[in-house]
Design a binder for this molecule. Structure first.
Ligand SMILES: CC(C)(CO)C(=O)C(=O)O
Length: 393
């Protein structure tokens, strides 16, 4: 199987590095550079990814390379009088081979455009793994790129909380060990990927025999889950979609507190909850998020009950209570106290941020269920202002 990695930030590099060192060489790994310039830089540096932990660096090599923007080479002549018949305008990268497995580590707000460029190579037999901060990216893709359920690729959603940063292009520092949880989005055909719960079994995706008439359709999904599961160094675990969603909801709240506050205040993660005022904001954001989750929970139970399912006396999960979310924010702020959040880094580099998929996602949920969310709304507006008013150096 060939795996493509899209997005070579810290997490993309970490995943690519460990996949290359873990999987046998017969499984090629292609890293997709954003621009030709980056591809050239990578080639000059020996086509390697360097991983650094506690000052020790190790490299992985033998990556195949592609460039995401096929028109990138046009840039130097874009303002000339040349026409599209000029050979200088011809796309340099015309890779058309189908993509089996695509691990997407670009930022939430960049995902749609990044995947759109690869659409001709993605089919219903491909598997896309979404590894990024935030929630709502999958829904965004479905609405805009993959409306036809029958033609949709397989989707895996992942939540990652490793601490990592890039020292330079393709040189990642693994600063804090965490884990990587992932789950398979239910498919149109209703295949029971989680049939063996409480255990999960690759054979439920497609058995490793010749008995499954749909084996070809599910092979990339099975292989992708197997490859991710083999990364024990990254503490990867395949979980049910229910558990994966739970992890993602808790993480989106943590990011909705720490990321905008650090970006607005230009401070480290540890600083925001070290003071009473920061704790108050955190409590309000968590309370609002919990209210929205609870309203969503009730509405889903009602739907399930209307559809004739026995919902018994299902209780709202304690893990989504405001108190538990506050504790999680404190835990992560403490664990990553010396880090600069990804949103602060985006602001410093004058880049767009993931706010729409963090507080924006929570606000969307609140709107749907009529929950008043002033703290999240204020953070959203403040971040909007932040992106319009550059940081003074
Ligand atoms: C948890 C946190 C805040 C760690 O820095 C993070 O995920 C981010 O920076 O995006």
């Amino acid at each position: 199987m060939r795996i493509h990695i899209l997005g070579l930030g810290p997490i993309g590099c970490l995943v690519a590095y460990h996949l290359r060192r873990t999987l046998p060489a017969r499984h090629p790994i292609t890293i997709i550079h954003k621009t030709q310039r980056m591809a050239v830089m990578a080639r000059q540096a020996g086509n390697i990814i360097t991983m650094e932990t506690s000052g020790v660096t190790i490299t992985a090599n033998d990556f195949d390379q592609e460039t995401a923007d096929p028109h990138d080479e046009m840039l130097p002549v874009r303002n000339s009088k040349s026409t599209s018949t000029n050979p200088a305008f011809a796309p340099k990268s015309n890779v058309t081979t189908p993509i089996e497995s695509l691990i997407v580590c670009v930022k939430a707000h960049k995902t749609l455009t990044a995947i759109r460029d690869l659409l001709p190579r993605i089919s219903k037999d491909s598997t896309i793994v979404l590894v990024q901060n935030g929630m709502g990216v999958y829904e965004h893709l479905i609405q805009n790129l993959f409306r036809n359920q029958e033609q949709r690729p397989h989707f895996v959603l992942a939540s990652v909380n490793h601490g990592a940063w890039l020292k330079e292009y393709l040189h990642v520092v693994h600063a804090g060990a965490g884990d990587l949880t992932f789950g398979i989005v239910p498919d149109y055909h209703g295949r029971q990927f989680e049939a063996s719960l409480p255990d999960l079994n690759l054979d439920d995706i497609t058995p490793n025999t010749h008995n499954d008439p749909s084996a070809n359709h599910y092979l990339s999904l099975r292989n992708t889950i197997a490859a991710l599961s083999s990364l024990s160094v990254l503490n990867t675990s395949w979980k049910s979609m229910y558990d994966t969603h739970m992890t993602m909801r808790r993480k989106v709240v943590v990011n909705a507190v720490i990321n905008p506050l650090t970006a607005l205040l230009n401070c480290r993660n540890g600083d925001v909850l070290a003071h009473k005022s920061g704790q108050n904001i955190c409590r309000n954001v968590c309370q609002e998020a919990s209210n929205a989750f609870q309203a969503q929970w009730k509405s889903e139970l009602k739907d399930a009950s209307n559809a004739g399912h026995d919902v018994g006396d299902a209780q709202f999960p304690e893990a989504l209570s405001a108190a538990s979310l506050v504790l999680e924010c404190k835990r992560v702020a403490e664990l990553t106290r010396f880090n600069y959040s990804s949103m602060l880094m985006d602001v410093r580099r004058a880049r767009d941020t993931e706010i729409l998929f963090l507080n924006g996602y929570l606000l969307g949920l609140g709107r749907k269920h009529n929950i008043y969310m002033p703290a999240n709304n204020l953070l959203m507006n403040m971040m909007d202002l932040r992106s319009r008013i550059p940081l003074l150096s």
